[in-house]
Design a protein around this ligand. Structure first.
Ligand SMILES: [Zn+2]
Ligand SMILES: [Zn+2]
Length: 129
């Protein structure tokens, strides 16, 4: 299963994933990351190539650095490719975000977090992978 498929298959509360965008480092164009996650459903990825840390979706709005933990695959791997799935309504606004990671060590794809978007406008979040 590809990362795209894993994200589209995972549909929380019937929110169909309408867009999947792969995470690409804004600094060097890299696609390998360590990923940090908080209990408050905020995610940040750090590029393995250049060390730049960037937030996924609207995670910068509710980020708590004291609460952040490294995502870890069941194999113990902590390096991932990442992608952001968005569930958009007919109006193009995002209702739900789903973040999937693919372990670079064993290739396992999975959804690590998803959260509701309950404000407008939110269409810009689609590309913030
Ligand atoms: Zn980079
Ligand atoms: Zn793994």
């Amino acid at each position: 299963m590809t990362l795209d498929e894993a994200i589209r298959e995972y549909q929380e509360d019937g929110h169909e994933v309408t867009h999947v965008v792969e995470s690409v480092c804004g600094g060097c164009g890299g696609t390998s990351f360590t990923v940090q996650l908080t209990e408050d459903q905020a995610m940040r990825r750090t590029c393995l190539g250049c060390g730049l840390a960037e937030f996924i979706g609207d995670s910068d709005e509710h980020w708590d650095p004291d609460d952040a933990e490294e995502c870890e695959c069941t194999c113990g791997g902590e390096e991932f490719a990442a992608a952001l799935g968005s569930s958009c309504g007919p109006d193009g606004e995002v209702r739900w975000l789903t973040v999937g990671l693919r372990c670079l060590k064993c290739g396992l794809c999975g959804v690590y977090e998803d959260w509701k978007i309950d404000y407008l406008p939110s269409g810009h979040l689609v590309t913030r992978a």
